[in-house]
Design a protein around this ligand. Structure first.
Ligand code: HDL
Ligand code: ZN
Length: 416
């Protein structure tokens, strides 16, 4: 393939990827009507828990002293150690700078005061519009936990009406904390007992149906530890088998499993204290094989699980692999994993989600990911063209539209 052909192809791929409006299938964002549950602005960017973990590697500050600081004081400490006293080339630091750059701020000035002044006087409503436009985001799927008191109240008051924010019904506290969840379910009028007898199963299903319908949930989701096993005679496995999967099938909505989290490995770091472990792909194989009418969105946190997850998706059409999650959302790993997925699964994958916790992160997380995914796609289309199969610009835009949302929504609606 001549250089000009390669350049033409690269231009077609890069513009398609740059211009596509993304569905972000997993975030921790909320609409402006949810008030301060939606985090935004430069101090929230700088105190993102990824940077909190990193600052303790430099700052001689106790955990208690750090957590006793104001958000601004925490940001000042992080800015000093991770940006001024050490070059910010780590991915989480770089992301802050990419966001500021794309917003048109003078990153070279290294002036945190100026960046803070940029946000003064902004309303969250106008800023949400700006970020969605700049990051080219069509819709985001939230993480919505009915066990979170603040969120529960907002949903019961009927607050969520922004179509850009779709709900993901998060059931960690039900599945991973059944003993603590039971009394709360009873308090809310769902008569559940200790064992998993029929009346309890029926009431848990009613609870899930009520909330999935109230939220118009796109999927039900849970994060799971490395030792997640299925089948198993644990409360979690029984609740999945008897309640979650029947409800997902009734609603024709996927069950999203995010597997491999070791919660609070260092509890002093709070949200920054979770770690990673290799999980048993056998649990996913069992679920997909035993429940062919259910749909499973799956992402795994360990790099070591990625290849076998791709192979599992080749075996079971009711699995859709998504995202380079959390500790995998770094350019080198996004490239490695995306190449593997395109080679094993073609376009039948959701290459990325942002996992954004701060609104502004949509800008950098998607800026960085689009660049890597476009580079991989360029290579794949060049390999195609080298055989004589020349992809047209329309085909490239079609494929890119699927990768950045089309395949996800088709899977959500598909009847297995
Ligand atoms: O469980 C999850 O959804 C994870 O994404 C956690 O929220 C984690 O703390 C995170 O933000 N990862 O990026
Ligand atoms: Zn998340």
């Amino acid at each position: 393939m001549g250089m000009s052909e390669r350049e033409t192809l690269k231009e077609a791929v890069c513009s398609a990827v740059a211009e596509v409006e993304v569905t972000d299938v997993h975030t921790h964002l909320y609409p402006p009507s949810f008030g301060d549950m939606l985090l935004w602005g430069v101090d929230e960017l700088i105190t993102y828990h990824y940077l909190v973990a990193e600052v303790f590697r430099y700052a001689e500050v106790s955990y208690d002293d750090f957590w006793g600081m104001s958000k601004r004081e925490q940001a000042d400490l992080i800015w000093r150690h991770l940006f001024e006293e050490n070059s910010p080339y780590g991915e989480a630091c770089r992301g802050v700078l990419t966001t500021l750059q794309v917003l048109g701020l003078d990153v070279g000035a290294r002036d945190l005061g100026a960046y803070r002044r940029f946000f003064e006087g902004k309303t969250v409503e106008e800023y949400v519009d700006r970020v969605f436009e700049v990051a080219r985001i069509k819709q985001v799927v939230m993480t919505n936990d009915p066990f979170d008191e603040r969120e529960r109240e907002l949903w019961l008051e009927g607050e969520q009406r922004d179509p850009r924010f779709r709900a993901g019904l998060r059931v960690d506290q039900l599945l991973n904390g059944w003993e603590q969840a039971r009394p709360r379910l009873n308090e809310w009028g769902y008569g559940v007992g200790e064992g998993m007898r029929a009346p309890t199963v029926k009431e848990v299903r009613r609870f899930l149906l009520d909330w999935a319908r109230r939220m118009e949930a796109v999927y039900l989701a849970v994060s799971l530890p490395p030792d997640f096993a299925f089948p198993e005679e644990s409360a979690r496995a029984i609740l999945i088998r008897e309640c979650v999967l029947p409800v997902c099938e009734e609603l024709n909505r996927p069950f999203a499993m995010m597997i491999g989290v070791k919660k609070r490995m260092n509890p002093e770091l709070r949200d920054a204290g979770d770690s990673v472990g290799k999980a048993d792909i056998g649990a996913i194989e069992q679920l997909c094989a035993q429940y062919p009418k259910n749909k499973f969105l799956v992402t795994m946190l360990a790099r070591e699980n990625q290849h076998e997850l791709c192979v599992t998706a080749r075996k079971f059409p009711n699995v859709l692999v998504f995202g380079c999650w959390w500790f995998l959302n770094n350019p080198s790993l996004v490239e490695e994993i995306t190449r593997m997925r395109f080679e094993l699964l073609g376009g039948s994958v959701v290459p990325q989600h942002s996992d954004a916790r701060v609104l502004d992160q949509l800008i950098y997380k998607w800026h960085h990911s689009r660049k890597v995914i476009a580079e991989v796609l360029c290579d794949k289309y060049a390999d195609l063209a080298a055989t004589g199969w020349a992809p047209t610009e329309a085909e490239i835009r079609r494929d890119v539209g699927k990768l950045f949302g089309g395949t996800f929504w088709e899977f959500v609606e598909r009847v297995m």
